[in-house]
Design a protein around this ligand. Structure first.
Ligand code: SAM
Length: 286
């Protein structure tokens, strides 16, 4: 048995025992590994960075889908950028009110290998009739897309390699253009204790682009360094002022059973620690 050492940070990181290597390939875009770990279940890594594990993926996927979709209340058209493992798609598909889902994943091999080796992530959602799966660069898609969406979810890798462009000013501006009135953009935005500059940079790029922008947080154990942030950009600043009862009614009405998300967590997640608030209120515009 060998170990898998994450290489996202120098001098600090997490190590997984690899009980079984399920698949390893250098795709057209990145190095992909899927292996079995006794505590986290099946784990996928891309370019040395842990992407998702069977044990804790529910936290991340529930928070990046149910928060914007239940806040919106009438989301019919959803765009997922990235998300090749299918976990985000699985959670979006649980919303009966969603009529159309476009998913733009740059690496078709990630989709195929996750269908085969991480079937519990997508749980058959790649066969959902509402899905339009596009294998392309998410930046190119939003820059040229004529369609509009109610919720856009950027479920990307970290801003290294192919994922870097999904943290650019051009990307946020193009997403803003692709939103319907009342639309919401949410993105994976790293762990602020380790990647505070990423949060600051995103804040600087969201500022002035959306009627309301902020961040919300959740602790996902295998995204190391403490709670992670999700960026929030909305064309309607009322969404973050929704009363708890409204969220409770919408959540109950959705019939969705969750393991992490609930309306109280939804509201509480937008409360940020002082060091993160200070960082986003003096964003860097580099
Ligand atoms: N949960 C993970 C995280 O928080 O880091 C993300 C998981 S998901 C596997 C990330 C996906 O983004 C990968 O499948 C990767 O291929 C995809 N991706 C990276 N850059 C992309 C781009 N420019 N356009 C579309 N998809 C991209």
């Amino acid at each position: 048995m060998s170990d898998y050492q994450e290489t996202l940070y120098t001098g600090y990181g997490q190590r997984f025992r690899m009980d079984k290597l399920l698949h390893e390939v250098r795709t057209e875009h990145q190095h992909l590994v899927i292996f079995e770990n006794p505590r986290m279940g099946r784990v996928m890594a891309l370019d040395g960075v842990i992407q998702t594990t069977e044990a804790d993926e529910f936290i991340y996927h529930e928070m990046l889908t149910h928060v914007p979709i239940l806040a919106h209340g009438l989301a019919k058209r959803v765009l997922i950028i990235g998300g090749g493992d299918g976990g985000m798609l699985r959670e979006v598909c649980k919303h009966d009110g969603v009529e159309h889902i476009t998913m733009v994943e740059i690496d078709g091999t990630v989709v195929e290998m996750c269908k085969e080796f991480l079937p519990n992530h997508s749980k058959g959602s790649f066969d959902d009739q509402r899905l339009n799966l596009v294998i392309d660069d998410g930046m190119r898609f939003v820059a040229t897309c004529a369609d509009k969406f109610d919720v856009i979810i950027s479920d990307s890798t970290d801003p290294i390699g192919p994922g870097e462009v999904l943290f650019s000013e051009n990307f946020y501006q193009a997403c803003r253009r692709c939103l319907n009135d009342g639309g919401i953009l949410v993105t994976q935005n790293g762990t602020p204790f380790m990647q505070l500059s990423e949060v600051q940079t995103t804040a600087g790029r969201m500022h002035g682009l959306f009627a309301d922008w902020h961040f919300y947080m959740a602790a996902v154990p295998t995204y190391i360094g403490g709670s992670m942030t999700f960026a929030w950009g909305s064309t309607n600043s009322d969404y973050r002022k929704l009363p708890l009862d409204t969220l409770r009614q919408r959540f109950a009405g959705s019939g969705i059973v969750t393991r992490y998300y609930n309306p109280e967590i939804h509201i509480g997640a937008f409360a940020l620690p002082q060091y993160v608030l200070q960082a986003i209120n003096k964003p860097s515009n580099d």
